[in-house]
Design a protein around this ligand. Sequence first.
Ligand code: NAG
Ligand code: NAG
Ligand code: NAG
Ligand code: NAG
Ligand code: NAG
Ligand code: NAG
Ligand code: NAG
Length: 921
Amino acid sequence: MKASLTWPALLNILLWITSTLGSTFPPNSWNGTEHQPGNAIPNQFIVEVENLNDIPSKRDFSSRDVHKNLYSHFRKRKIGFTVKKEFNNQQFFIGASITLDNPTDRKQIAAIPGVKAVRPVISVSIPKPVKIHVVTGFDDPELPPDTESTHILTGVDKLHAQNIIGTGVKIGVIDTGIDYTHPVLGGGIGPGHKIIGGFDFVGDNFTGSNTPVPDNDPLDQCNGHGTHVAGIIGANPGNEFNISGVAFGASLTSYRVFGCTGSTTDDILVEALLRGVSEGQDILTMSIGGCDGWTESSAAVVSSRISASGKIVTIAAGNDGGKGSFFTSSPGNAINSISVASTDNTVIPLQNLTVQGVQHDPITYFSTFPFPENRTLPIFATSTDTTVVDDACDPLPDNTPDLSNFLVIVKRGTCTFVQKLTNVAAKGGNVSIIYDNGTGFTAIDVGNFSATLIQQQDGVFLVNEFAQGANITVTFPQVGGSFQFPDVSGGLISSFTSVGPTNDMFFKPSIAAPGGNILSTLPVPLGSFGVESGTSMATPFIAGVSALIFGVKGNSAAVGLGARDLIETTAQMLASDHTDSGPLQSAALQGAGLVDAFTAIHTDIIVSPGEFLLNDTSNFKPLQTFTVKNTGTSNKSFKLSHVPAGTLLSLQPGTALFADSPPFSNASAGVTFSDTTFTVRPGQIQELTAHFSQPKGIDSSLLPIISGFIQITNTDNTTSESFHITYLGVASALKNVQVVDNTDTFFGVDLPALGAPDGPSNFTFVNGDNPFLLSRLDFGTPEFRLDLVDPDINITTTIPRSATKRSILANDKHVFERETFTFPEGSNGGGTFAQVKTLGPLFELDFIPRNSDVDDGTGFNAMAFVNVFANGTIVPNGTYRVLLRVLKVTGDPTNEDDFVSWLSDLITFQAPANTTNSSSR
Ligand SMILES: *[C@@H]1O[C@H](CO)[C@@H](O)[C@H](O)[C@H]1NC(C)=O
Ligand SMILES: *[C@@H]1O[C@H](CO)[C@@H](O)[C@H](O)[C@H]1NC(C)=O
Ligand SMILES: *[C@@H]1O[C@H](CO)[C@@H](O)[C@H](O)[C@H]1NC(C)=O
Ligand SMILES: *[C@@H]1O[C@H](CO)[C@@H](O)[C@H](O)[C@H]1NC(C)=O
Ligand SMILES: *[C@@H]1O[C@H](CO)[C@@H](O)[C@H](O)[C@H]1NC(C)=O
Ligand SMILES: *[C@@H]1O[C@H](CO)[C@@H](O)[C@H](O)[C@H]1NC(C)=O
Ligand SMILES: *[C@@H]1O[C@H](CO)[C@@H](O)[C@H](O)[C@H]1NC(C)=O
């Protein structure tokens, strides 16, 4: 076995997307590469220490230099480490990002007095945008008549008409950098420009795993994500495409945390957040994250603290909507920050081609700008059968003519678009159209080929004409072919939006904004303009709205602290579909609804809070209080009502697997109010209570997410104003949710399993010959630990182990006499855990995300371990077992019953003499 334990290998896994897989993996899809849970980077940790000012009397940190003091503690304990980065922000975060020689030292570090937390460094990717089209700069005067449909949907157009544009507000954009040479973004950087400054923490060549090369210039002309984000906030109006940013009067600062490609690490995000706040940003925005479910990553914790100080932090909810609920992104899960979901735009700016030779309407094709094609082309269909399933998947027949002067028409299906186009190109074809199998438009990957998508009905028409030998040609008008295609899913939550809530029942996402099919700026060398989709595009929209709020109400901490409530209570509740019969969309997808910026800014009724967090059935919070404040000049009367949203059934019946697109149930929570009607006088604050009850007759084993709205409607007949508080809870006890996958569904072997790609269980620890624990988590866990134990151990585990015969080597007895370790610490020793003798932890992490059923790097965990313990002791050769213990969500870490446990088969350590730890980590 030559398992690669290096970080670059892990990166490869992150980029590995196998779309052909069904709901389970092919057996043995694990190839021996380490994959740490939740994208934790092996051996790297962020240590947080207490603020000196908080603990003036504490002996261990009495020195002014907290960092030196911390490292001297490491040395005293013989902990091998190197320092990557130091943090020294007295208000928000003091600590260091370090690499440990031995990851099990984490436990010792956590026990040093004054150490507040030790969190893994996490690899973070840009929420993968669905890139639709990069504009190549055709000068069409009739182009984009109204790409500002997003502004109309949210009232931003009306605020712009009042000259509310965010003037004087400072926004820090933490992203891939910005192309500030773009004329629409001001054409420069520095005081007096729109982009007032910035910093590049990483350099072009940074991939997430190599050494960053920081400099003062955040220019991005190679990636484009941050430039698209910046345009959504700040594009100047009056450009050839008639777009503008939500807060184009605001000043932007660019914090570049990604190189041209690859990912970044969350210690860099923490550094960027702290720099942003120290440089006086009113708002920080991050279109960044990866599926998590927990609120505890370093970047989430720091974002939340910055939000709690009265700044506004907006973060993407994530683009993992196809992976089910309880899977919103970190750092977007930051408790006090604003996590942003996406709605699809109501129109997609597309192009029409025209047909000659027969009478037919123009045909809409999937491109923002005209196809660069001047010729009048006859058509050629690779199959005249419009029901063919694998059109052009094989090389085209020998009798195919030279296709170089044809528009080639191919049906979608079976193989990749690139494979079809490669076969077409082999016959000379250089411009193709792929016809879809339905209506609507989605992004397709055509590689470097000149090809685009049309709808099914249009493709069938062209193929039938071709089959009948009609003399028909097609042209791509370079001017006048623009068409605002009405998107069938427009106005609804984008299907890619990650689904909440968090594992600890916080309300994520918080709010929705347009993020599907958004036209904005791209770096000049990449085409200057383009359409992209993602919660990445929705997040800067809310950063822009936040700037409009600060611009009108002033940038005080009080305004910042009230902003999320204001945005949530004035939002527009969204349906789950365009029929009249469907339920309202779950708050786990839409948050409080689609932002209504105009109402948020102009309302004189202030409702607080914006969210009721009902928690689960074991921690149910039925009684909720709220206030309605009248800051206006006349009496206002209201009535209260309950508007339930669809209850999401999270789990697939009869399994522990999350449903990819959870279905709705009709059952909903019940609510009673202290008063159902009330009047608030000017300056008065009305206090009210709502009392919730769990839905009746619902199958709690499906982990139903209940949500809805307490609507506060004005009854004065002079206005139609209404506000709402959104509630969210779950109609089961999270402690009952299965945490550890104990089936063979995914790999063809029962999980958890001790693994080695080549089978044998004798490990030399040389050249990567290390044992792996292969596991899947059906649900997140607050605590996950693996211990080496006596092969003769007598323990009752919750997951029964297979009855493998053991054969102990002679020399293994002394190991267990060294130390008696009881677990959990502080328990009274009633259960079998109390008698467990272990040598020590092999692996331990807190707040691990659940896995998905997709083999894209989130599907399973494979953790390698070494034969060295925390104190540097080499584990003597011998035969052992490993004991896995995993705490259930909301479980008590001192109660054995709240753990899932599993014991391995025998495992033999056979390190050659003088070998300590040859792991390449
Ligand atoms: C394991 O598979 C991943 C994804 O296909 C690949 O990137 C990686 O190089 C493989 N590792 C080994 C050791 O074969
Ligand atoms: C980035 O990498 C390329 C290719 O290795 C190299 O030529 C270039 O000098 C590097 N740039 C910087 C800024 O280090
Ligand atoms: C584009 O094509 C659609 C569908 O045929 C048609 O409804 C629309 O009017 C056309 N628009 C233009 C500008 O050609
Ligand atoms: C199309 O023709 C016009 C006029 O001859 C020319 O300016 C333009 O470059 C051509 N475009 C392409 C994509 O060939
Ligand atoms: C169209 O084809 C795609 C890709 O093969 C498939 O995922 C989708 O379900 C199909 N849609 C319809 C309506 O057949
Ligand atoms: C097909 O139509 C084109 C122009 O529309 C014409 O020049 C050509 O002669 C026609 N060919 C036949 C075979 O009718
Ligand atoms: C829900 O209850 C659990 C267990 O007490 C707690 O840890 C968690 O913070 C609660 N969630 C919220 C949003 O209050």
